[in-house]
Write a protein that binds this ligand. Structure first.
Ligand code: E4P
Length: 218
């Protein structure tokens, strides 16, 4: 299972990269705006900086909702760096754009997926990744992890190569549950990734070993 970090914050991306387990980054317009980035040049410069920090795929989302705008913005973003993956919404125009970029050999991430039917269309269009939003489904009393399992099963049954990227992960248990459901990737806040390390017996064990190691100091 690959780990992506779901942020545009350079410090958090660096911290996750230093941990040595980071496989990529996802961003969206809300995460970019949160960093105070303004203007086309600043947006592009920010994506380039992210690509310099990590080695894996970096999802950059188009802002346009019309096909022609998606293609223009996607082309510009793809030209920035070989690690850039074009993130497109799972709409009629978005699916057409996924098909366009997949035929050109440009990686795509089809986002805002909430049903297995949407995931199927993204896979048929040749998406590299499909992003079901786990947390946002849980927010409306639906079952986000169950959707991950459903999509994984359908993709395996038909042999689709599209990777299931569990998005809208809100906490550590979401990561565990998506892993058990067979997600190929989880894109997570840094806090949720670090949460995987938490165990009181690990902390206690380290404390005991440090104390006993001191007893052996000469
Ligand atoms: C990532 O690709 C998504 O944009 C992100 O995970 C959405 O998360 P949220 O529902 O917490 O905003």
């Amino acid at each position: 299972m690959k780990f992506f970090i779901d942020t545009a914050n350079l410090e958090q991306i660096k911290e996750a990269q230093e941990l040595g387990v980071l496989d990529g980054v996802t961003t969206n317009p809300s995460l970019m705006a949160k960093e105070g980035i303004k203007g086309d040049a600043a947006i592009k410069a920010h994506y380039k900086q992210i690509c310099e920090i990590v080695e894996g795929d970096v999802s950059a989302e188009v802002f346009g909702t019309e096909y022609d705008d998606m293609i223009r913005q996607g082309e510009e973003l793809a030209a920035l760096h070989s690690q850039i993956t074009i993130k497109l919404p799972c709409t009629k125009d978005g699916i057409r754009a996924v098909k366009y970029f997949s035929e050109k050999g440009v990686k795509t991430n089809c986002t805002l997926v909430f049903t297995v039917g949407q995931a199927l269309l993204a896979a048929k269009a040749g998406a590299t990744y499909v992003s079901p939003f786990v947390g946002r489904l849980d927010d409306i009393s639906s079952d986000g992890v169950a959707l991950i399992k459903e999509i994984v099963d359908v993709f395996n049954y038909y042999g689709y190569q599209t990777q299931v990227l569990a998005a809208s992960i809100r906490h550590t248990q979401h990561i565990i549950d998506c892993m058990k459901a067979g997600a190929d990737v989880a894109t997570c806040p840094l806090k949720a990734i670090l949460g995987l390390l938490n165990h009181p017996l690990t902390d206690k064990g380290v404390e005991i070993f440090v104390a006993d190691a001191r007893k052996m100091e000469g």
